[in-house]
Design a protein around this ligand. Structure first.
Ligand SMILES: O=P(O)(O)OC[C@@H](O)[C@H]1O[C@@H](OP(=O)(O)O)[C@@H](O)[C@@H](O)[C@@H]1O
Ligand SMILES: [Mg+2]
Ligand SMILES: [Zn+2]
Length: 177
């Protein structure tokens, strides 16, 4: 099974230091919807693993978060593709949950859902915590330069991290190689 897991903010949509607090603030990055649709039509299952501490912080509620994800699904469907399982961590940094990246709990949940191995499974993110979550379960850390990616580039990355400009470049690589 061809499974790809994506971080959300900074990979699929623009991120903000003020958090993405509404459907109106949830704006796809250029080419990201098309990239997901092309991957889907090429036989890839595209899942999402996203930290959403804004829930714990009270910045937005679960209904708003679900509305953002329905918007994502609708936009990809308009392009003939579909989005797989979307898993989010609603907890705050101090709650000690098992799902907040850099912990790999969400990656484990997605892999178990599809009954696939995490080994060498590509996880695409823009933050160091995304890459560390991948490394923790022997998945393949993949950094995009969108969102916080350029800033993350200046940090010490897990050995073997792959680097791409954006999600469109990743789709081109996976579909054509
Ligand atoms: O990139 P993903 O995982 O999809 O989502 C990241 C968001 O949950 C937010 O995560 C926050 O980090 P803290 O949760 O406050 O440490 C900040 O980085 C925000 O700028 C960002 O929008
Ligand atoms: Mg992100
Ligand atoms: Zn959590």
């Amino acid at each position: 099974m061809k499974l790809l897991i994506l971080d959300r903010d900074g990979v699929i949509n623009y991120d903000s230091d003020a958090y993405i607090k509404s459907v109106e603030e949830w704006i796809p990055l250029p080419g990201s919807i098309e990239a997901i649709a092309q991957l889907s039509k090429a036989g890839w299952t595209v899942a999402v693993a996203t930290n959403q501490s804004g829930i714990a912080r009270g910045y937005y509620d679960l209904a708003t978060l679900d509305a953002m994800h329905e918007r994502l699904r609708a936009l990809v469907a308009e392009q003939g593709g579909e989005v797989g399982l979307i898993v989010y961590c609603p907890h705050g940094p101090d709650e000690g949950c098992d799902c907040r990246k850099p912990k790999p709990g969400m990656l484990k949940t997605i892999a178990a859902h599809y009954n696939v191995s995490l080994t060498n499974l590509w996880f695409v993110g823009d933050s160091l915590g995304d890459l560390e979550a991948a490394k923790a379960v022997d998945s393949q850390p993949v950094l995009v330069k969108t969102g916080k990616g350029e800033k993350t580039l200046g940090k010490t990355l897990p050995v073997g991290t792959l680097i791409f400009d954006d999600l469109a470049a990743i789709a081109a690589e996976l579909i054509h190689n």
